[in-house]
Structures are given as C-alpha cells and as structure tokens.
Design a protein around this ligand. Structure first.
Ligand code: PAF
Length: 279
C-alpha cells in the first residue's frame, strides 16, 4: 500500500484498471474496516482500492469539531493496509481547495429534514469535496456508509444530476455488540454516556417494530425510550422520512427511514433504520 499526499500524483496513478474509492475523514474504526474490505471485494484482485483520508473543513460549521476531530494517520494507514487498500490519499487542505474554488450546492429538497436544518452548509461542503475527490481519483465505484443516510442520498443525487461517471454504493452500518452504530465520534463519550448510547438503537428498533401506520405515535414512543434510558442525551431530531426524497412522512405507506441525532454533551451521534411500507 502506498500513501499519496498530492493531487498531481493522484491524477497520474490512473492505470486504466477498475477503481473503487472509499472516502473518509480518518479516525478509522472497525466499521470503516468493513467498508474498506467491502471495497476490496468490489475492486477484485486486479482493481485498485483507494481510501481517501481528508478532514474536510468546508463541511464543519462554526462551533463544530473541525479542530478537535481526531487525527490518527498512522493507525488509519495500518487499518487500511490490513483491510486491503492499495492507496491512501491524504492531501492537505491546500491540495484540495483554492481561494476561488467553486462550491457545489446540495439539492435543497433533500436537506429540509434530519441533519439539514441544524447543520447549515454541511451538505454543500460534503458535495464540494466529494465532487473534487471524484474528479481527481476518477473512481468507477464509490462506497459510503448508510449510517450517514442523508449524505448518501445527497451524493447519489449530485452524481446523477451532474452525470458523474461513478456508481454510488451504500454499505450497511456496522454496530458494536450492544447495537451502537460505530462512529469516529464514539471515542468522545465518557463511560456513562457510552452506557446510555445504545438506547438510540433500541428506540429505532421499537419505532420500526410498531404496527401503527401513523409516524407521530411511533416517534413519540421512540423519543420516550431515549428520554428514559439515555437521560444524558438530548434529541436534536427524531423523524420518519421518505427514503428517496427525505421528506417527512405522516403515514408509513412507502419505504421509509427513521433517523435521529442525539447529543451527549458536545458529541452528536446519528443513526437510522429502514422501514418497509405497511401494505
Ligand atoms: O462521511 C464522511 O466521512 C465525509 O462526510 C466524507 C464523505 C468523507 C466527505 O468528507
């Protein structure tokens, strides 16, 4: 495995073989390991598997954790090598952005719900960097985790609208034994917060299992579980949305997604669950 830190070398590595990209911001954990191994299988023996590690400043809002975001390049590279990556792309901010770099705007309809309202500009930053990575690396396939479901929807839409020649694949969320979705931010939780955090998954499972078609009753019950079992957490949102459009749903009459963000102190955890239409 090699590490490339500049755009010029990254562009010139194109060897015509199928290329799979797993974009990350580093602070890699076992969940990323699974994503990278999955990318390896998609690339096959002869293809190239590239993991980008870039903490993208434009997707962090004021007061968010850009400065504090864990930077663990050596450990990240070991994990990438063990999971079968051929190349780690680790550029500096100056390699990616110029003063006059144009910003790509995320589809506004997809960001009216969930993380959109509380993270203004976040998805524009994600779209901007992902498009840049696609242009530099020219992958045939890019893999994104379904934990960031809205991000996956926004990137899929951008790729389709701009006709970028990349196939976007969503990979299942990887979980700890107690159900907590793996996240680079879990390391910020103290012992008490960590013990309460699995209530998020419990609440979403209950929301999915409920039989009432109305979303409001399900949301109420799930919210009660989080309030009761994770009193250190504050719910930023708990919503049921249409899986394709990300618009809020009152009744589960088409494929839905229940998603939540819960803050433990400054640590914001997100998770979601797919729900089939009640017919
Ligand atoms: O999901 C992430 O880690 C980031 O949002 C991404 C897709 C690498 C863009 O910076």
């Amino acid at each position: 495995m090699i590490v490339i830190d500049n755009a010029k070398d990254m562009r010139s590595r194109d060897n015509g073989k199928p290329c799979v990209l797993v974009p990350t911001m580093g602070a890699l954990h076992a969940g990323h390991g699974k994503l990278i191994s999955y990318g390896r299988r998609l690339a096959g023996k002869s293809g190239s598997l590239i993991v980008s590690i870039f903490i993208n400043p434009t997707q962090f809002g004021p007061g968010e954790d850009f400065e504090a975001y864990p930077r663990t390049l050596d450990e990240d590279c070991s994990l990438c090598a063990a999971a079968g990556a051929d190349i780690v792309f680790h550029p500096s901010v100056a390699e990616i952005y110029h003063e006059d770099s144009p910003e790509i705007t995320a589809d506004t309809k997809l960001i009216k719900t969930l993380c959109g309202p509380t993270r203004p500009g976040h998805f524009d930053g994600v779209c901007t960097v992902v498009k840049k990575l696609f242009e530099l690396i020219k992958p045939d396939i890019a893999v994104f985790g379904k934990k960031d479901y809205q991000q996956l929807a926004v990137i899929s839409r951008m790729t389709r609208e701009l006709k970028l020649p990349v196939r976007i694949i969503g990979a299942e969320t990887v979980r700890e034994a107690d159900g907590l979705a793996m996240s680079s931010r879990n390391r910020y939780l103290d012992a008490e917060q960590r013990a309460q955090a699995p209530a998020i998954r419990k609440a979403l499972l209950k929301l999915k299992k409920d039989t009432t078609p109305e979303t409001s009753a399900r949301i109420k019950e799930a919210g009660d579980i989080i309030a009761r079992e994770a009193p250190l957490g504050t719910i930023t949102y708990l919503q049921v949305v249409d899986r394709g459009t990300m618009q809020e749903m009152q009744t589960i009459d088409r494929p839905a997604l229940a998603a939540t963000a819960v803050c433990f102190g400054k640590t914001r955890l997100i998770d979601n669950i797919e729900i089939d239409a009640i017919t």
